[in-house]
Design a protein around this ligand. Sequence first.
Ligand code: DP6
Length: 392
Amino acid sequence: MADPEIHRASTTAPVNIAVIKYWGKRDPTLNLPTNSSLSVTLSQSDLRTHTTASCSSAYRKETPQDSLLLNGKLEPLTTPRSIACLRSLRALRSELESANHSLPKLSTYPLRVASSNNFPTAAGLASSAAGFAALVRAIADLYELPQSPTELSLIARQGSGSACRSLLGGYVAWDKGTRDDGTDSCARLVAPKSHWPEMRALILVASAEQKSVSSTAGMQITVKTSSLFRQRVEVVPQRMAEMEKAIQEMDFEAFAEITRKESNSFHATCLDTDPPIFYMNETSKMAIRAVEAINQEAGRTVATYTFDAGPNCVVYYLQKDWDCLAAKLNVALDGKEGWSKGRTSDANGLGVGNERVEEGLKNGISRVIMTGVGEGPISVKDHLIDEHGKPV
Ligand code: DP6
């Protein structure tokens, strides 16, 4: 008899960086948020998770448990979050198998998943978002599920809240929903990447180390202890509406203002948490000062900034302003990995007009990622598990 078939599907999934932040859960088990959020999906050329999902009846004998090889390290897929995702995906596959008895019973086979990031894991670069989005998309493809990205986002949300937004490209909202069972807490496309082609992102990597307090733990303490958080929940709905309008109208001034205020509001609630949580560091503050100085000197908004649960600064700007921005940042960033200065001949030596800021960035930024807006998950034929079920 021929060896049992090894079924495989591979995908790549993007990182997303929120401009309206998700921070706080109203239901930690189902991962239901206290407020809606909105993010920009970043280009996978620079930041992506590549995942292969495979299953086979042959795995029953060798490794009966579901397993994950993450960046070459074997991890069990037994955390409550992973179990929740796998259970939902298997249930959908099982429905297909019940409706069509000729289908192989993939839902009953152990899963072997291999995954790798092209950026440091847990450095505050939204790796859990890309990771769970890729896991869910790859298994959904393996199982040939007909569900839409929005429907799959309900599953990815249970893995990591922000992951639900990585199932779509461009500008993506995560509506908090009102139902107790979470069936209306999912991702929604606000605008595709093509809508605003001028939008660019520059990531100033201030640390590639593991963050000190995980988002999951941090937001739980914030919900419990911060009174500022309760005020924040009140202002977010208005900001969501304004942000959607700014994106629809490609109004960078409005986009920039809401983005920086949102980031600052989120980090203020972290500081208001007891004990306080510090995600930004001195370098982060210097990055804020640099952006403020650049805007002030230009007399208009050239760039804006946002920080997730870590010190890395994500700067959003429009392509038409690149030369202006590059000329100002070049003094601090020249020579850093990933940096390429603007095309203007005077792109050297202008600086942001503040030596302390420039020194702070020079010393604190380890590398730069110049990127743009990207697509949602992409199916690929490049498998990380071979036709014998072994990692490649
Ligand atoms: C600051 O999605 O990592 O990046 O749902 O507990 O996995 P869990 O949290 P996670 O939190 C992300 C928080 C944030 C803001 C955001 O992406 O909206």
